[in-house]
Write a protein that binds this ligand. Structure first.
Ligand code: SF4
Ligand code: SF4
Length: 192
């Protein structure tokens, strides 16, 4: 018969030695494994004095991006909310009024946009679903809190700063195919 695993051992009825009856071989081999780990490089760090560096493509808290002219990119189409498996995103859309062209890129914008960070599983599907390159995940983590309401992130915490020097760089998250596509000015998507 073919064995199911190569780790199986045949049970022996051999009488135990005196040392085995005192568990000595087991204790010695256990201590040896413990000692071996003493001299290995530690995988833990002394947080919060030391902070671990996250990868550029780490999926942390979201940012709602502005375009080069500082206008909000989100058009409140709802595709991110539809793609979200955790139903963490809610929004209320509003028509852009004459004179607000400098604030919102599209004719419709999100008057209210909220993400419940307690529901979010940081899968990144909202980022993938967005046709306006308006929402991205960042390498920033969500700060802990004692009350549930502090985990509802509204536009005040999601929309990036209008100051060009404080913009959040998301280029590292773009795949080479997307970067190549964005160079093509024949595409209407890239002209605005
Ligand atoms: S990262 Fe995933 S779970 Fe979180 S809001 Fe986006 S789609 Fe929803
Ligand atoms: S973030 Fe993107 S997908 Fe979500 S509502 Fe705004 S434009 Fe649509």
């Amino acid at each position: 018969m073919i064995p199911l695993t190569n780790r199986s051992k045949t049970v022996s009825n051999k009488k135990m030695t005196f040392a085995e009856r005192l568990y000595l071989p087991g204790i010695v081999s256990g201590m040896f494994i413990t000692l071996k780990h003493f001299f290995r490089k530690k995988t833990t760090i002394k947080y919060p004095e030391k902070k671990r560096e996250f990868a550029e493509i780490y999926r942390g808290r979201h940012v709602l991006k502005r375009d080069d002219e500082g206008r909000e990119r989100c058009t409140a189409c709802g595709l991110c909310a539809l793609a979200c498996p955790a139903e963490a995103i809610t929004m209320v859309a509003e028509e852009r009024k004459p004179g607000e062209e400098h604030l919102y890129r599209e004719e419709k914008y999100a008057k209210i946009y909220e993400i419940d960070m307690l529901r979010c599983i940081f899968c990144g599907l909202c980022e993938e679903a967005c046709p306006k390159e308006a929402i991205f995940l960042t390498k920033e983590t969500v700060i802990s809190g004692f009350h549930r309401d502090v985990f509802i992130y509204g536009k005040d915490r999601l929309v990036e700063s209008a100051d060009p020097d404080k913009r959040i760089d998301i280029t590292k998250r773009l795949t080479p195919e997307v970067i190549e596509f964005k160079k093509d000015k024949k595409q209407r998507h890239n002209r605005k």
